[in-house]
Every structure is written in structure tokens, then in C-alpha cells.
Design a protein around this ligand. Structure first.
Ligand code: MG
Ligand code: MG
Length: 637
């Protein structure tokens, strides 16, 4: 497959875009005419820069409002095309995209459209150029691929063929299946874009909210299958109009684009017949995940005793001292927290940028080596820390904001990683177990612009699945949340992003100098006993306003004494037809991250999103960080 991307998909100058596209490993580009207007140099220079970077200019786009114009304008339109052909010759581009006319004065007549395209094709052919005709979903007369195909057939010229674009087809729910019946060599070019499901007019939806395949909600993969079934073997090209992408630096966006194309290729190979050569192209399989092995916190000498105190109040016991580093292990049930205060370490450099924070997550996987090979294939950066003699090397990929994701396949009855690197503490601090059993989920917060990229990172590098977008109301704005999770749901990561600068999520991002782990949810089998013990342990808990419980009594038939217990212990509640969810929160540590305690009963698979606004409001009132109080003052004025 030839991997291509339209320059319009990225931000930056044309030179920056081309460099980023090349670095991400693309074979070619569609060049958007506007990019040339702002380029400080000639078309020949662009051709040279692209060639130096190993990029082919596969398509020049767009040529607008050509077919079926008023007859007196035809000669001028053909002249206009010849000028573009001149430019294309300088660029070394041999295909021009013509999109269906949106001009109000264009004539609704297929024969005229076909005749115009044939004339254009004749002129193009003389110069070794081909014409690729695309139906815009909002074209005046031609707005579906099948209509464009009829006109291409009627034009009946070898230099005139079809462009199919997943957005234009899927956004208006047009039937894409027939694409499989178009002879593959009559499809000249294929453009791919996804989009979230939004209620917008087609034009605004397309211009501002397109995204890479796997980031949105359109059935792009089914569309690609239809394209492949036609026998098409040309480029698959990402053509994304998106305000966030254009505002972002081009390199990470280009990498995201490459990940999305590679995911499509992986799916195509996986769906190919068992003995097909396409199967050979499969990347190493996604890891089979078995939950979290540990969570690592970066601390300094000041924060370390305070965080250790908090762990103790949560019921964690000091379980190990690292043999060569200033690192302590805390354990409760199957939960492992690693406190890292080592000066010469990754954790320390992370601390310098972000302050006390979660600097690494460790995923349990079936095969760490295979998992890291897949991560490399999907362009993740890998990391190797300094290890002492006879210590384990745990492979890791760089995650959000340079945090790490360790991949661990040594756990359970075969021994643990701690057996090797940790010694039992001489005088372990006494702790009262609170009945915590395992990590339920780990929520991360990020700027809105990082959400789509993070989603693709987890989907491609770890083969995670994504749940649909969910929106939560914060007292100061809207928070968007998207859950990514391993296929068996043993690792679940809600990703939260805020559009408004004032929400708790956004404040976290600014306090924290970037994205990071925002809360860690830990499971218990008896939340009432757990919360009672935590109160006794003097854990600072998030107090829930009493009004919540009055309302709870009104909407759920819970026994009054249970509601009373929940009120005393600040436990929140949700229920579905298949299960129940009880959860409570600690106060945030230094306004940065907090802990959630959860008990699931029956088949409850959600995260208590219905209570998120109560939690967010309680946090604004409780967390005594100056910013929150400042916000309240704002409100008072
Ligand atoms: Mg297009
Ligand atoms: Mg949660």
C-alpha cells in the first residue's frame, strides 16, 4: 500500500509539513494549492525538497468549479486548467483532483459534465497528466461517488478517473458497498478521513472536525474493504481538515496519521485469507493484558514522606526497598505502588518538570518482548533505564508527556519483578489494611488537543479499544472523556480533556505542566468496611454535599440505613439494569492526583459518570488549592 497524506492535514509551513511527513514514514503527499501560495520559493523548489525527503507528489488539489459551468465560461476554465498543468509540471505531479462543482450557475446535466471532463482529459493526457474526479458531499449537482462514477464512465477517456473519499461518502450515509464493483484501475485515488458523530451541516463538519481513521466514529474500515475489493492498488491518502491538527506542531500529527494508516493495513492483513501474502505484513500481535503490575510515583525528599503517609492511610504496607536505588514498594492486595526518589533517574527528571506525580504505569502482558516490538513498529519511543547488577531490565514505551509504560510479563506464580530488585524492609512502617484488591482504572487528563493523539497511541501501540465520547459537566465548563481499554478490560484508562481553561481538568493540566494521571481507582470487595477503615486511618476524604443523598433516596429504592451509611462515608452510587457501582474519593494530593475507591456489584461496566459533576463540584469546594478558591472568588464577582 502506498501511504500518503494531504499537506492540508497538518499545521506549520510547507517545509515543516514535508519534513514531518517524511519523518513519519509516508511515501507520498497530496499537495494543497494554498500551501504553495505561502511557500517561500518556486514549485520547482517544492519538487526538489519533496524529492530530497523521499516523498512523491501523488496529487495536486483541488481544481474547483469546472464541470457543467455556463457554456461561455468553458474556454476560460480550460485555460485555467492549463495554468495548473504548468504548475504541476514544475511540481512533478501527474494527477489533478477535480472536485464536483459547487457553483450556483453550474448546469444540472450529466452529458455536459461528462463532455467537459472528456475535453479536460484530452488536454491533460497531452501533457502526461490524469484527472481524478471527486464528488463533494455538498456539490451542487454531483454529491455522491456513484453519480461521479456515472459521469466518469460517460466521459469515457483513459485520463479521467474517479476519486473516492470516505468522509464524503460516509458522512451522508451514502452506500459505499458499490465501490467494490468499480474496476480498480478506474479509481485513480482514495482519500480517507474519519469524523466524530456530530450534528453539523456537512460543510462545517468536514472543514473543522475530520480526524484520522480510528479517532472518529465513521465505518472507515468497511469503506476501505470496498475499495480493496474493487482491485484498487493505488495510494491510501489521509485528507483531514481539522482546526486542532492545523494548530498543532506537524510532527506528532504526522505520526498519528501514520499510526492510523498502519492500523488500517493491520486490519486488512488480518482480514485477508489465511494463506494470503498480506498476512505476512501483520505487525506483532497486540499484547494480551492482565491488569496493572504497578504504578510509579516521582517524588522528592519533601513530598516522599507525605505521600508515604497517604499510602499508609489508604492501607498500604511498606513491602520492599530497592537494592540499588532510592525506591520503595508499597503493597495492598494486588496493588503495587512504587515511590521513586532516586536522584539520577527518569523519575527525577519527570519530577523536575511535573512535580510530584505518577511517572510510570506498568501493564502486565503475556509477552513483553512482542509487546515492545509492536510498540516500536507503531512508532512508540522505547526507554531503557539504568539498572544495577543482576537487576531486571523492564522494557518500556514512552507514553503521555514522556511518562513511561512498562511492560511486565513476570508475575504470578512464576515469581515477580520485586523478588529480584527489592529486599524486605528492615523496619516496615505498620499499616492497617483497608481491603483494597486491585487497580480498577487509571484516569488521565490532557489538553483537548492531545486527546485524539492519545487515543490513537493506545489503539495502535497496545491494540486497545475505545468507548464512545462522553461529556461531563464541571462547574466551570465541559469535560470530554473517552475510555481506552484492553480488549479484556483488565486495563481501563479514561482520558479526560477540557475545552474551557477553568475546569478542574484544565486546572490540573496547568498545575501539572501538561497531561498526566489524574486519579487512580482501586477496587474493594466491601466499600463500607474500606471507607470506615480509611476514616479511622485519617485519610483526607472528599466530602459529598448532603443534597446528593436526599436526591439518591428519591431516585433509587435503597434502604434508608444504607443511604445513611453512604452519607456518613461520602460514598456515591450508580446502577444499571445489570449491576451497581459504589465509589468514593480521597482529596487530591497537592491539588494533583487523587484516589478513588470502587466496588462493583453484578455486571456494572461504567465509571459512575453520572456522579462526575457531584465529584467535580465537591472538589472545587474541598481541594484547598489557591486556584480553586480564586475561581470561587471569580464566581462571587
Ligand atoms: Mg477529498
Ligand atoms: Mg474514576
Amino acid at each position: 500500500m502506498i501511504r500518503s497524506i494531504a499537506t492540508v492535514s497538518l499545521g506549520g509551513t510547507l517545509a515543516e509539513k514535508l519534513t514531518a511527513i517524511s519523518a513519519a514514514g509516508f511515501d507520498g503527499i497530496e499537495i494543497f494549492e494554498n500551501d504553495l501560495l505561502f511557500f517561500d520559493g518556486s514549485a520547482i523548489d517544492v519538487r526538489r525538497v519533496a524529492a530530497d525527503l523521499g516523498l512523491r507528489i501523488l496529487l495536486f488539489q483541488p481544481f474547483r468549479d469546472f464541470e457543467s459551468g455556463p457554456r461561455e465560461k468553458l474556454a476560460r476554465n480550460l485555460e485555467r486548467a492549463e495554468k495548473k498543468f504548468d504548475l504541476m509540471e514544475q511540481l512533478g505531479a501527474d494527477m489533478m483532483l477535480v472536485c464536483s462543482s459547487i457553483a450556483p450557475d453550474s448546469i444540472d446535466n450529466d452529458e455536459i459534465a461528462a463532455s467537459d471532463l472528456r475535453q479536460l482529459g484530452e488536454r491533460a493526457a497531452q501533457r502526461g497528466i490524469r484527472i481524478a474526479y471527486e464528488a463533494l458531499a455538498w456539490g451542487k449537482n454531483v454529491s455522491t461517488w456513484s453519480h461521479a462514477w456515472k459521469i466518469v464512465q460517460a466521459a469515457n477517456h483513459p485520463a479521467v478517473g474517479l476519486v473516492v473519499d470516505s468522509f464524503h461518502t460516509l458522512a451522508k450515509d451514502d452506500d459505499y458497498k458499490g465501490i467494490a464493483n468499480v474496476p480498480g484501475d478506474r479509481i485513480f485515488f482514495v482519500q480517507l478521513a474519519d469524523a466524530p458523530l456530530l450534528k453539523f451541516d456537512l460543510l462545517s463538519w468536514s472543514r473543522h472536525f475530520r480526524c484520522f481513521p480510528a479517532q472518529g466514529a465513521l465505518p472507515v474500515m468497511d469503506f476501505v474493504h470496498a475499495v480493496v475489493d474493487s482491485g484498487y492498488s493505488g495510494p491510501l491518502s489521509l485528507e483531514i481538515f481539522n482546526d486542532d491538527f492545523r494548530a498543532a506542531p506537524p510532527r506528532p500529527t504526522a505520526t498519528d496519521g501514520m499510526r492510523s494508516l498502519m492500523l488500517i493495513e493491520e486490519q486488512l492483513s488480518a482480514d485477508a485469507a489465511p494463506k494470503s501474502p498480506a498476512r505476512m505484513l501483520l505487525p506483532p500481535a497486540a499484547p494480551e493484558c492482565k491488569g496493572f503490575e504497578f504504578i510509579e510515583f516521582a517524588v522528592d525528599a519533601d513530598t516522599r514522606p507525605r505521600l508515604a503517609e497517604l499510602f499508609k492511610a489508604l492501607g498500604f504496607a511498606e513491602a520492599g526497598i530497592h537494592r540499588s536505588k532510592d525506591v520503595t514498594l508499597f503493597t495492598q492486595g494486588d496493588v503495587h505502588f512504587v515511590l521513586n526518589a532516586e536522584k539520577d533517574s527518569f523519575a527525577h527528571s519527570y519530577f523536575l518538570v511535573h512535580g510530584p506525580s505518577v511517572c510510570a504505569l506498568a501493564f502486565r502482558v503475556d509477552d513483553a518482548q512482542r509487546a515492545i516490538e509492536r510498540a516500536i513498529r507503531y512508532k512508540a519511543q522505547t526507554f531503557r533505564g539504568r539498572v544495577g547488577p543482576n537487576e531486571l531490565v523492564i522494557p518500556a514505551a514512552r507514553g503521555l508527556e514522556g511518562s513511561l509504560i512498562y511492560l511486565v510479563d513476570r508475575f504470578g506464580s512464576g515469581g515477580t519483578i520485586y523478588d529480584v530488585d527489592f529486599a524486605p524492609p528492615a523496619n516496615p512502617a505498620p499499616a492497617t489494611n483497608c481491603g483494597l484488591t486491585g487497580i480498577d482504572h487509571v484516569a488521565q487528563v490532557m489538553p483537548r488537543s492531545a486527546l485524539d493523539g492519545s487515543l490513537l497511541f493506545y489503539r495502535s501501540v497496545f491494540g486497545f479499544e475505545a468507548e464512545p465520547l462522553h461529556e461531563m459537566i464541571d462547574p466551570y465548563g465541559l469535560i470530554q472523556s473517552r475510555v481506552v481499554e484492553s480488549k479484556n478490560r483488565t486495563i481501563r484508562l479514561p482520558l479526560n480533556a477540557s475545552v474551557s481553561p477553568k475546569t478542574t481538568s484544565a486546572r490540573f493540566v496547568s498545575t501539572y505542566s501538561g497531561a498526566g494521571v489524574h486519579h487512580i481507582a482501586i477496587a474493594t470487595k466491601d466499600i463500607f468496611a474500606t471507607m470506615r477503615q480509611m476514616r479511622e486511618n485519617k485519610l483526607p476524604l472528599l466530602e459529598i454535599p448532603g443534597g446528593y443523598y436526599d436526591n439518591l433516596a428519591a431516585i433509587h429504592d435503597l434502604p434508608a440505613e444504607v443511604i445513611e451509611d453512604m452519607r456518613q462515608l461520602s460514598i456515591l452510587y450508580d446502577r444499571t439494569s445489570s449491576g451497581e457501582f459504589f465509589h468514593a474519593y480521597s482529596q487530591a494530593f497537592d491539588g494533583r492526583f487523587f484516589f478513588e475507591i470502587v466496588e462493583r456489584r453484578g455486571e456494572y461496566t461504567g465509571f459512575g459518570a453520572v456522579n462526575a459533576s457531584v465529584r467535580l463540584a465537591a472538589q472545587v469546594l474541598t481541594d484547598r488549592d489557591p486556584f480553586a478558591l480564586g475561581q470561587l472568588d471569580d464566581m462571587a464577582i
